[in-house]
Design a protein around this ligand. Structure first.
Ligand SMILES: [Zn+2]
Length: 139
């Protein structure tokens, strides 16, 4: 078996295993190799080293902008919570349950829960949204 990194006309990269180099040539000639991303059959072997570098750089800048977007989203969500919900701190799982079972007045709350507690809440069908710590919390 031999592994080739292939790229299609739209610069999607993907890996395919072939029985041999000749098997690849044959399949490529008969356009039997399909890009899994866009379905294009215009694929060719990706130049190995530059492809790796390019992919890394591309995914790095993508990561950064994705992270910024995620950060802005989380920051907005948190600001919204702080303005509109009650901070119940570590009592969160208990309060969330009380609200869910109608033992206290329904309202928006936020607070702290361990992974285990959050899992238990979701198993009970109680909607709880995990809010990961923002970079500024770690300072
Ligand atoms: Zn493609």
């Amino acid at each position: 078996m031999i592994r080739f990194v292939l790229t299609c006309e739209r610069e999607h990269e993907f890996e395919v295993w072939f029985a041999s180099g000749q098997a690849y040539e044959k399949l490529a000639e008969s356009h039997a190799i399909v890009c899994p991303h866009c379905g294009s059959t215009a694929v060719r072997k990706a130049p190995m080293a530059p492809a790796v570098t390019r992919t890394r750089e591309a995914s790095k800048s993508q990561d950064t902008s994705e992270r910024k977007k995620t950060y802005a989203f989380l920051k907005g969500l948190r600001d919204h919570l702080q303005a509109n919900a009650e901070d119940v701190g570590p009592a969160f799982p208990e309060e969330a349950r009380k609200i869910h079972y109608g033992e206290t007045e329904p309202r928006s709350i936020f607070g702290k829960a361990s992974l285990k507690e959050a899992k238990e809440l979701s198993e009970e069908g109680i909607p709880a949204l995990p809010l990961p710590p923002l970079p500024e919390d770690q300072n």
